[in-house]
Design a protein around this ligand. Structure first.
Ligand code: SF4
Length: 408
């Protein structure tokens, strides 16, 4: 799962207020030293029809400049750091040729020491893993988790989505990494135009046959700037009906846990003990490093995002300018509110005493009336430690978020 997906729906930009950093703030989660790092690798073979991520296509000639610029940006760390999780997302990290991939991983292993038992995760596309040399590089570098962009096991859906692989490639890619990389995650998309409940079930069944430790399921969103957006506006593409999409999500929530992959977050299912630890950093409102174009980082209560244009990011670093394209410092209240919204994405929900300890706010100060209304409408329920989304709340998580952002 990309970083943008893990951070989805949390924008509180318009409400931000600047707050000075006091000594006392040092104990809060937003000010603790980061234990996670995200690296954005912006290269893809083609742009999929639904994708609005930061990436370039057909610009492999930029790879060496990217690696050199990344090295310069990483040097801002001054000294190598230990992390619990290191996540390479994109774009498609596996699109790099084996030699470039080895160079990238060696650079990262210099700056980040992954703690014993830590997670080193790489996003990959099926066709790239058919290349033995790339797989060997990943295994040799100690990568212990692959997030494979399967997206669908139905060839007509893959074609419509603009993916370059076919169903049979997914199983072959899985076999390639099975022996060397213990944690395999598959990404699937539901709500693809023309998809039926039957083909969605087939997708889930085929994914389960491959016995992944982890599965992510995303409802398709048609974002501005994508080819799907233009096609829909031109009346040449119809989004899946909301009701059907809800049925697909419910099918995943029923089928996957029954087959051993427990839901632990809105879009994520895993065998016990195989959650994505990196994404838990985001959902827990903790700090993290981020390097590369479009990469977000969250340090000292400030969120910064690398410039979304890969070439602008490159040029800025090469000319010694600041490569950050967006920066905001959250107020204490916004930090707490964001932690609540992100935390609610997790199935166990939010813990009142953790929010108090990590962010300095009581849950009810962040919208007593809103919590009460959400409970009355059956979207949120009380747990022994705080609040969590009900099943219906998970289906309507976007509107719960909107209400919590605006609550007093
Ligand atoms: S492979 Fe992934 S990052 Fe690249 S265009 Fe497709 S969806 Fe976007």
């Amino acid at each position: 799962m990309s970083q943008s997906r893990a951070l989805a729906d949390t924008a509180l930009h318009s409400q931000s207020r600047v707050e000075s950093v006091s000594d006392e703030a040092g104990r809060l989660a937003a000010f603790r030293p980061p234990r996670s790092a995200y690296i954005h690798v912006p290269f893809c073979r083609q742009r999929c029809e639904y994708c609005d991520f930061t990436l370039v296509v057909g610009r492999e000639g930029l790879v060496q400049r990217y690696l050199a610029a990344l090295e310069r940006q990483l040097a801002s760390l001054r000294t190598p750091v230990e992390v619990e999780t290191l996540f390479l997302g994109g774009g498609t990290p596996s699109h790099l040729q084996a030699g470039d991939l080895a160079q990238l991983l060696s650079l990262l292993r210099h700056w980040f020491r992954v703690a014993p038992g830590g997670e080193l995760s790489v996003e990959a596309n099926p066709l790239d893993l058919l290349d033995d040399a790339r797989v060997r590089v990943l295994v040799d570098a100690g990568v212990n988790r692959i997030s494979l962009g399967a997206q669908s096991f139905v060839d007509s859906e893959l074609t419509l989505l603009g993916r370059d692989h076919r169903e049979e490639d997914i199983a072959r890619a899985v076999e390639q990494v099975r022996g060397g990389i213990p944690n395999l995650s598959l990404d699937l998309i539901f709500g693809v135009p023309g998809q039926t409940l039957g083909t969605w079930r087939r997708n889930l069944e085929r994914a389960l046959e491959l016995q992944p430790r982890h599965l992510s399921t995303y409802g398709l969103t048609i974002e501005k700037g994508t080819r799907f957006y233009s096609l829909r506006n031109a009346g040449r593409l119809s989004a899946a009906p909301e009701e059907l999409e809800a049925q697909m999500y419910e099918l995943a929530m029923d089928l996957l846990p029954a087959r051993g992959l427990l839901q632990y977050e809105l879009s994520n299912f895993a065998e016990p003990g195989w959650d994505c630890r990196h994404n838990h950093t985001y959902w827990a409102g903790q700090t993290y490093h981020g390097f590369g174009p479009g990469a977000a980082r969250y340090l000292q209560g400030t969120r910064e995002v690398g410039h979304r244009s890969t070439t602008t990011w490159l040029k800025r670093i090469e000319s010694g300018e600041d490569p950050i394209g967006f920066r905001e410092t959250l107020s204490a209240e916004d930090r707490a509110r964001e932690a609540v919204i992100l935390g609610l994405r997790r199935v166990p929900g939010i813990n009142r005493s953790e929010i108090q300890h990590d962010h300095g706010w009581d849950l009810d100060e962040l919208g007593r009336e809103t919590w009460s209304q959400l409970k009355t409408r059956g979207l949120v329920e009380t747990t022994s430690t705080g609040y969590r989304l009900t099943r219906m709340g998970r289906l309507l998580a976007d509107s719960v978020t909107v209400e919590l952002v605006g609550s007093e």
